[in-house]
Design a protein around this ligand. Sequence first.
Ligand SMILES: C[S@@+](CC[C@H](N)C(=O)[O-])C[C@H]1O[C@@H](n2cnc3c(N)ncnc32)[C@H](O)[C@@H]1O
Length: 361
Amino acid sequence: MPTTTGMKGGGYYDANSRVQRLTSEALIPWMEEAITDLPEPSPDQQSWNFLDIGTSEGANSINTMNHLIEFVRRKSELPVWALFDDLPTNDFNQMFLNLFPKSAPALSGTAVYSAAIGGSAFGRLVPPKTLHLATTYNAIGFYESKPSATLPNFVIPMIPNPNAPREGVHVSPSELIPFQKQSYQDLYQFYAARAQELVPGGKLLVQVYGKTETQSTGHGIMDVLSDAFLDFVEEDILPRSFYENFIFPAYYRDLDELTAPLQNESELSTAYRIEHTQAYDTRAPFDDDFASTGDRKTWAQSYTSFLRAFTEPVVAEALPDELIEKQLVDKIYQRIEQLLAENPERYEFHFISIAALLTRL
Ligand SMILES: C[S@@+](CC[C@H](N)C(=O)[O-])C[C@H]1O[C@@H](n2cnc3c(N)ncnc32)[C@H](O)[C@@H]1O
């Protein structure tokens, strides 16, 4: 069973994912290079087939797809299939509304056809050897299935941020091992599925939230989620067992972990050539605004909305029904906003991306 039902829908994710858009736009030069290098589709194909995986409601995905279309139109007038995948529970209604707003189709250019695919990134999504380019942004850090290992003293498989210590919050390196293994296995499945789907010479552009030696995308966001939960445990609003059993089902990899299956698995090392790898830090627009205005209330609101867009479905799913009825979801995010406004330094955020551009051999 997938670990999330998707992002918070009805346009909420689109409205609160400006930083995610910047992380994908940072890779426009790789997109251009990938398209320039693509071999012509074989005569029996008659189209360019591009797939973005983990699109959510689509605004960011359509934005990057438009760049790909612009680049491919410099070399070819062949029709384009723009394919968008996410989990079946994703808000695809919003995706189609985004694709076809009242004014004009959101995908620019002529002979561009779009379709949505419901299915997991870690399994097969299209027939063999049909894709010229597959992309994924900010998606494949989510686990394929809920980890069976537990972490009673934190909310996500990572060493907690040393800059935001709290009594009782800790994770040991050995506790992380089963989570690291599961994350490796997921990534292996992801690369293996794409190897089947890409044509020879096809490209795979992978970007996901991750970590470096000193910083993790989880710093700040997971600290404040954990602090809000623990406050509610201490106030007897949440049972301690909720905190002990809760795991946000994502893993922040470093660059070595992103490429490890490509190097260790012979079936993958012969399937792909690694063209580029990169780790980079993207500054969130809410941090830019805060730096210029000093308005911590507005900063805390925007930070909370950004966090809520991708965590709420998981938090709501984990809460017992009787607590949902007491509007606990809203109260958790209100507490998060309050904690942020009171102590911005504790929850400093860095969006660390890890990325790779691969060629199918
Ligand atoms: C943070 S959003 C990223 C959306 C968009 N790519 C962006 O960069 O703004 C992550 C998306 O990955 C999707 N996702 C999570 N697990 C997935 C899986 N196993 N297969 C496909 N999509 C998945 C979620 O449903 C969600 O829509």
